[in-house]
Design a protein. Structure first.
Length: 256
């Protein structure tokens, strides 16, 4: 859990990569201070409220959303290609069906059952006052509310197209998405060729217009950039900056 927090900050803010020790110390102190009330004489009552509301509703809903995004929005087959690129082999197909069908169904069953049997928080014979129950629901919603808010913000950034077209565009990754190394990024894009995918955007290809990367062949430019007709992607190492074409020249000379 601790590594999840630090990794999320590092992935979001690049300047923290060189300050990992400072970030780790800061998170440790912050989590220590947040945990102090839970070890006081009345700490069990605070812990019971957090466990009662946070560990049930928000955890189940966020887990379900993550599975839906991976399996049905990003695509479980594309996710398998990512793992194959990173691991060098394709994981067992068992996980594909678990992520797509079995686990979401189990999560919804547990969530539904929890809603049916839900009652206000108690600890032994102690019944919590209304304001404490309200704090519990605030804990539960604190991790859920950002999801629809950020979805609406992403949707509103797309100014053209129908509702479903705007949702589809908003669900696409930003320009930095993909493997860190350019040669691996090219392999990743090439692996999508067989799908005829329009998952790769023009901005993502702009990240490849770097001093040691040249796209040699076959970009099919329609209303959105796709990889249907890519026949080959090659690298040329050791080229100087002056001898490299920019992205516009690469597009103009592409063989379609």
């Amino acid at each position: 859990m601790f590594n999840t927090v630090t990794s999320a900050f590092i992935d979001e803010f690049d300047f923290l990569k060189s300050r990992k020790i400072l970030l780790t110390a800061t998170v440790c102190v912050a989590e220590f201070l947040l945990g102090v009330p839970c070890v006081t004489r009345g700490g069990i009552y605070y812990l019971q409220v957090m466990d009662w509301y946070c560990a049930t509703f928000s955890l189940m809903i966020l887990s379900f959303c993550e599975l839906m995004v991976i399996a049905w929005v990003y695509g479980v087959n594309r996710f398998y290609k990512d793992m194959q690129l990173m691991l060098g082999f394709t994981p067992c197909a068992y996980w594909k069906y678990m992520w797509s069908y079995v686990t979401p169904a189990l999560i919804m069953f547990v969530l539904g059952f929890s809603i049916v049997i839900h009652s206000p928080v108690t600890y032994g014979d102690y019944n919590y006052p209304g304001w404490a129950i309200g704090i519990g629901w605030i804990f539960a919603l604190a991790s859920l509310v950002p999801v629809p808010i950020l979805a609406i913000i992403g949707y509103n950034k797309i100014q053209t197209g129908s509702f479903f077209q705007r949702v589809k565009k908003a669900a696409r990754p930003n320009a930095e998405w993909g493997p860190a190394l350019d040669e691996d990024r090219l392999r990743y894009y090439q692996s999508l060729k067989a799908e005829g995918s329009d998952f790769v955007t023009e901005e993502m290809l702009e990240c490849l217009a770097r001093p040691h990367v040249i796209l040699h062949k076959a970009i099919d430019l329609n209303s959105t950039l796709n990889l249907k007709n890519i026949s080959q992607l090659n690298l040329r190492q050791g080229s100087s900056l002056q001898n490299l074409p920019d992205l516009q020249e690469i597009k103009e000379n592409a063989i379609v």
